[in-house]
Design a protein around this ligand. Structure first.
Ligand SMILES: Cc1cc2nc3c(=O)[nH]c(=O)nc-3n(C[C@H](O)[C@H](O)[C@H](O)COP(=O)(O)OP(=O)(O)OC[C@H]3O[C@@H](n4cnc5c(N)ncnc54)[C@H](O)[C@@H]3O)c2cc1C
Length: 489
């Protein structure tokens, strides 16, 4: 009997699995798809490899989640630092998101001409660094019992009192209280950035989480060969530590017995383990469990509210042009049909990355937010019509935003919708990107990693601390620490 069955080979499942396997636990990962990575996975067309969703890795600085994970497992992924980590093209202007705070402040000062914008960025960076310090000093969050709560009583946590009100005030209200002479353009710039980081706009995102979201693109890495490559290293660690990762094994039920769990898959296979780590969204959990466990997940999934769906466009472009960054946010002139964001995020493969595209070509991934429910229940012709609309609209905006690619050949143009995400990742109505941060659904209310059931944990972007690979990996580290603590290591 395995120690743990891990449901899902996304970053959350593979990170917790690799840490546990490396610590001597027997783990078996069951994944419904044929590749690892989930929302950070890939697909191939001819000689091209495309990222399906996530493209940028961050949280790699010392004491941040990815660096803690790689150090603990002695893994050395091939990561290229990208600075500027993103270039924003808006209204014919270009803003380079430099890593250095002063350079970035100057850049925004020049574009928006707002007196005192430096004070704003100081506040953003200060809030971000306090949160990271608190996360470093507090190994288990949120506290699952009195013993864990007591460990929070220490001098360093007094700093937490300073950022606590920021969990209950909107980013927009704190910005207004700074009395900067902001413009409509500046607010759109902030909203579009918050949407891709905190998954919400300034009026709804809590200040503290918004500040972390705005600080986050300061440090951006490009994983050579695709976003799934570091995940693949985690898979290899599980295998080399005696664990197993089984593909095409969709879990359809988890039954609790006295001191073990029975897990059934769609193929009819049955697995037995002393514990469960589920890497699938909380929204998917009540359907594969029963009794008290199913009720528990139904209750917490009901509290989270809706999340975003994503529209994506992948294609290959023939161009050997040098680019100043590999990541661009494009403010669109017109709204892309059936999409919410008024910008899209473009990721190019590195010119020298032969694992993703042949010489003279790049593979491209574009993504936007879209309300998920509108994509389901459509007739086939209507669904195809909408896909074709988004494809044409995105390509038109892409061509307008990148005149440097005029005349370049574009091939393998492949749109993706929430239906695509649901099909490949099984995520409930294609909800991706985790639970949007909001005042009502503040971080303190996020579902915890530890469930009330014996040896049953959750990892992934719908549990604390939330969305994006750094947060998902931090959650996986917390699962590992809890298991180690509970087993008396
Ligand atoms: C378009 C887009 C762009 C993004 N960009 C970035 C970015 O640039 N940087 C960043 O850090 N983050 C980004 N994100 C967010 C990031 O991808 C996710 O937060 C993260 O990858 C989620 O990981 P996870 O392990 O929680 O879940 P998932 O990646 O969803 O993994 C869950 C896994 O479980 C499997 N599964 C589901 N149900 C079952 C079942 N019943 N049985 C077995 N297996 C099952 C799925 O197939 C999947 O492999 C982006 C997300 C999207 C959608």
């Amino acid at each position: 009997m395995a120690d743990f069955i891990i449901i899902g080979a996304g970053y959350g499942g593979l990170a917790s699995g690799a840490l546990l396997a490396n610590s001597g636990f027997e783990v078996q990962v069951l994944e419904s798809h044929v590749y690892p990575g989930g929302c950070a996975s890939y697909f191939k067309r001819k000689e091209f490899l495309f990222d399906v969703g996530a493209t940028t890795l961050s949280g790699v600085k010392a004491d941040q989640p990815l660096s803690m994970l790689f150090d603990e497992l002695n893994l050395k992924p091939d990561l290229i630092r990208i600075d500027p980590g993103m270039i924003i093209r808006m209204d014919g202007k270009e803003l380079r998101r430099f890593s250095d705070q002063e350079a970035w402040t100057n850049e925004t000062e020049q574009i928006f001409k707002i007196d005192g914008i430096g004070k704003f960025w100081d506040k953003v960076y200060k809030t971000d660094s306090i949160v990271w310090e608190l996360l470093k000093e507090n190994k288990l969050l949120p506290p699952a019992n009195l013993r864990e709560l007591v460990t929070l009583i220490k001098p360093v946590n007094l700093k937490g009192i300073r950022i606590l009100p920021g969990l209950f005030k909107s980013f927009g209200s704190v910005l207004s209280s700074m009395q900067l002479k902001t413009t409509q353009k500046f607010h759109r710039f902030i909203d579009e950035l918050l949407l891709i980081t905190a998954q919400n706009t300034a009026l709804k995102t809590p200040w503290t989480l918004g500040a972390m979201g705005l600080a986050y693109p300061a440090e951006t890495y490009y994983p050579s060969g695709g976003m799934f490559r570091p995940a693949k290293l985690l898979e290899e660690k599980i295998l080399s530590s005696g664990g197993a990762v089984r593909y095409k094994e969709k879990v359809v039920s988890v039954e609790q017995h006295k001191d073990y769990y029975f897990v059934k898959t769609a193929k009819g296979n049955r697995y037995k383990a002393k514990g469960i780590i589920s890497n699938i969204p909380v929204w998917n959990m009540s359907a594969i469990t029963d009794g008290a466990i199913s009720n528990y997940f139904e209750k917490i999934a009901g509290r989270t509210g809706a999340a975003w769906g994503a529209v994506t466009l992948n294609f290959a472009i023939e161009s050997a042009k040098e680019l100043e960054s590999l990541y661009y946010q494009i403010h669109t002139k017109e709204k892309v049909p059936h999409c919410h964001s008024q910008s899209f995020f473009v990721s190019f493969s590195a010119a020298a990355d032969r694992l993703k595209a042949p010489v003279g070509w790049r593979s491209v991934t574009i993504s936007l937010h879209s309300e998920a429910a509108q994509w389901f229940g459509l007739s086939k012709p209507e669904y195809e019509r909408r896909k074709s609309q988004i494809k044409d609209a995105i390509l038109k905006e892409f061509r307008a935003a990148f005149p440097e690619f005029d005349g370049c050949r574009i091939e393998h143009v492949l749109p993706g919708t929430p239906v695509t995400f649901q099909f490949y990742t099984q995520r409930h109505i294609g909800f991706v990107g985790g639970i949007p941060h909001s005042i009502e659904n503040s971080l303190l209310k996020f579902p915890p990693n530890k469930t009330p059931f014996n040896n049953f944990y959750m990892a992934g972007d719908t549990v604390f601390p939330g969305q994006g690979t750094p947060a998902v990996v931090l959650g996986a580290i917390m699962v590992w620490r809890r298991v180690m603590g509970e087993k008396g290591f």
